[in-house]
Ligand binder design. Sequence first.
Ligand SMILES: Nc1nc2c(ncn2[C@@H]2O[C@H](COP(=O)(O)OP(=O)(O)OP(=O)(O)O)[C@@H](O)[C@H]2O)c(=O)[nH]1
Ligand SMILES: C[S@@+](CC[C@H](N)C(=O)[O-])C[C@H]1O[C@@H](n2cnc3c(N)ncnc32)[C@H](O)[C@@H]1O
Ligand code: SF4
Ligand code: SF4
Length: 327
Amino acid sequence: MQENNALIDRYGRRFRYLRLSITDVCNFKCSYCLPDGYQCDSERDFLRPTDIATLVSAFAGLGTRKVRITGGEPSLRKDLPEIIELCAQTPGIEQVAMTTNGFKLKQQVARWQQAGLTKLNLSIDSLDPRQFNAITGHNSLQDILAGLEDALALGLEVKVNAVLLKPYSEGQMHSFMAWLKSMPVTLRFIELMQTGDNQLYFKHNHLSGQPIKQQLLEQGWVQLLRDNTAGPAQEFSHPDYAGRIGLIMPYSKDFCSSCNRLRVSALGKLHLCLFAEQGLDLRALIQQGDVAALQQQLMDLLGHKEASHWLDQGYTGATRHLAMLGG
Ligand SMILES: Nc1nc2c(ncn2[C@@H]2O[C@H](COP(=O)(O)OP(=O)(O)OP(=O)(O)O)[C@@H](O)[C@H]2O)c(=O)[nH]1
Ligand SMILES: C[S@@+](CC[C@H](N)C(=O)[O-])C[C@H]1O[C@@H](n2cnc3c(N)ncnc32)[C@H](O)[C@@H]1O
Ligand code: SF4
Ligand code: SF4
């Protein structure tokens, strides 16, 4: 890959990781994301598999090596195996990952893996069924945990996401640490992010990950190096635990200096940041199937990417909730 044909911004950050949302529909009601459930009256015209093939090959030609499929809930799309497969078969793409609430995991994980999925991130905010139900509005923790066992048995690399939430933090931490002793997954605690819709919730529930980092280091956990397609987590391992711990701390200093990812929404809009003011419409070029023009457009638009999210100044851009874009 020549440097003049790569996605590099004016701050010298290189973008090898595409987060592709394939739907904004979701069947859960996570209290920090869609507390009233998914609301939309009109039909949504999401990118089709042929559009996605054009888009992913444009990104791959500019050095993208990893695609994460996300949503809303991506497993609600019936053509998900087809989408995974076309991403996996795009020349240049080395990793196809997905973030899911796990509702369809047990039924579908073998198909996803056959289609080419290599990594799975699974959102489990609590190991206590009652707390899980209170947070997500779904009584499906046991099925999700059974699906997780299946995913591991198939050899998939699994990460578990848990948003740090003040009222649950003590129980959350305790049971997760005991679980990790024998569970070979990377468990990531994510600082709750403020969005347009959750301002009051954020005020009451946000917790910093910094004290957890301090505690881990005191207890002998060792921080690991990140590779250049890794997500934003700081990761730690410990010889007495089968699992690892990750911390995603968007409010910490310099979080955005290692930004390596761009986003495209299910409606075909490029978002230069999770908290960018607006999406930049790529759909017309995608539907023309003109990969070279699309690549030129991507390189031009990247010139507008900001240094940071400015979340620490209370800025949430146009992001009402993370289901809009897939986090
Ligand atoms: N602020 C911010 N949050 C992010 C970014 N990327 C991921 N996250 C958040 O991190 C959490 C976990 O995201 P995942 O979809 O599991 O992806 P990831 O952390 O990039 O995963 P890996 O690629 O496996 O490291 C979600 O809450 C995302 O919203 C980012 O660029 N900025
Ligand atoms: C938006 S969801 C989309 C994928 C899928 N529905 C899921 O929940 O895994 C992606 C990730 O964002 C996280 N998330 C959603 N809203 C958040 C917020 N306000 N702050 C931090 N993380 C959030 C979720 O916990 C999940 O791990
Ligand atoms: S976090 Fe994921 S599962 Fe929960 S409401 Fe948002 S999109 Fe749905
Ligand atoms: S908040 Fe924006 S700039 Fe910061 S890491 Fe995430 S996408 Fe990149």
